[in-house]
Design a protein around this ligand. Structure first.
Ligand code: ACO
Length: 359
């Protein structure tokens, strides 16, 4: 067994398949190409939860049900709870999510799908000293997230770009946060606890916490001509380049191109995209020179950073938006684990000292 468990199969799932050698992601029988850019957050949630939450509202009623859940969370958590704004945005949404009553029923599922949208927008505004904006249940979850963030209705293109992002990151095999969610769900602790475990794991820079540092890297590099020197210096210091490398993919992460396409469709700042492309090319070349035996390619976080920046999210909130997309996957995996019924409880090999024998 390796330390990172990559040679261990810990679940059979109908939810997603990651083919790291071919650079292919399939979610519930559909390739990422079929889904990203063609599916809304609500449609993706219905697809992923199909068969696991029998009383989930039908697709025609799901947007309104999610809108009602957003309103309920705004009234019961955002307007009632006192959460210190000195916490980071991910810590704030983790604290707010912990106030949602635990359970495994459809109401809990709807509240958890809605929670990161309401809590992310509220956290970001509270940290800026602004009053949170109440949800508009008539909007789609993507459009309402952007509206609650800025106070203005987004354009169709902006809402579509956020939908593309949320669908792209909805699920990805047994990644660290999904595994954490499944372990907690297997104890029958409830779906809120399972999602909290996912948020906790996602927060780390080796998992969902990478895109914020990608923006810091682009800002520090400043112009394409500075890329090579800056990247070489970072690697000489022993730093990892954020947005590159992946445990499973040995080729380019297919999600990177899905998101790059969304950035182009959004018509975001072309200078920023040109800088990012120059940094990407320089980083890939240097990583090939320095790690010839290891394939290190662009991962999802690199273009996540650019897309979420273009949509007006601050870099310290990118992980919260990731949680908004990935909650769909965490919930589906938690439900699948509960349906399978067994407690996850692996073995360990003790390598510490033994008690001294009595003389
Ligand atoms: N920059 C520089 N070197 C790297 C990078 C990188 N981004 N990624 C891996 N390496 C090097 C490691 O230092 C190691 O070198 P060594 O063998 O000389 O010690 C070698 O490549 C193998 O690395 P591992 O740690 O075995 O790779 P692992 O599969 O454990 O890690 C990970 C994958 C955590 C994503 C890693 O590539 C990384 O830290 N990337 C940067 C952070 C990042 O972008 N995270 C987001 C991942 S996507 C997601 O979780 C949604």
């Amino acid at each position: 067994m390796s330390d990172g468990l990559e040679d261990v199969v810990a679940a059979h799932t109908v939810l997603s398949e990651v083919d790291g050698a071919a650079g292919r992601l399939v979610m519930r029988g559909h390739s990422l190409d079929e889904l990203a850019g063609h599916t809304s957050f609500e449609e993706m949630a219905a697809l992923m939860l199909d068969g696991f939450v029998p009383d989930l509202p039908a697709m025609k009623d799901l947007p309104a049900a999610l809108g009602a859940a957003r309103q309920e969370l705004f009234a019961t958590v955002v307007q009632e709870a006192v959460i210190p704004v000195t916490l980071g945005p991910v810590e704030m949404i983790r604290a707010m999510t912990a106030l949602v009553p635990d359970g495994e029923d459809v109401g809990t599922v709807l509240r958890l799908l809605a929670a990161p949208a309401v809590f992310t927008a509220a956290s970001l505004r509270l940290r800026q000293g602004l009053a949170p904006v109440a949800p508009d249940p008539s909007l789609s979850q993507a459009a309402d997230t952007l509206r609650m963030l800025t106070g203005k209705a987004p354009t169709k293109q902006q809402a579509a770009a956020l939908d593309t992002y949320l669908v792209t990151v909805a699920d990805h095999g047994l990644n660290a946060s999904t595994f954490a969610s499944r372990v907690v769900a297997s104890t029958r602790a409830g779906l809120v606890s399972a999602v909290l475990a996912g948020i906790g794991a996602l927060k780390g820079p080796l998992h969902g916490g990478a895109p914020g540092p990608v923006i810091e890297m682009l800002d520090a590099i400043g112009a394409p001509g500075n890329a090579r020197t800056w990247l070489e210096t970072a690697l000489d210091r022993g730093d990892r380049l954020m947005g590159f490398g992946h445990r499973i993919y040995r080729v380019r992460d297919p999600r990177a191109d899905a998101l790059k396409g969304a950035i182009r469709r959004l018509g975001a700042d072309s200078g920023r995209l040109a800088l990012a492309e120059a940094v990407e090319q320089a980083a890939l070349a240097i990583l090939r020179e320095r790690k010839p035996n290891r394939t290190l390619e662009t991962n999802v976080e690199f273009y996540t950073a650019l897309l979420l920046e273009a949509l007006g999210f601050s870099p310290d909130s990118f992980t919260c938006v990731f949680a908004l997309g990935r909650t769909t996957g965490w919930l589906a995996h938690a439900k699948e684990q509960i349906a399978g019924g067994r407690l996850i409880r692996p073995q360990s090999v003790y390598v510490g000292p033994q008690p001294r024998q009595a003389a």
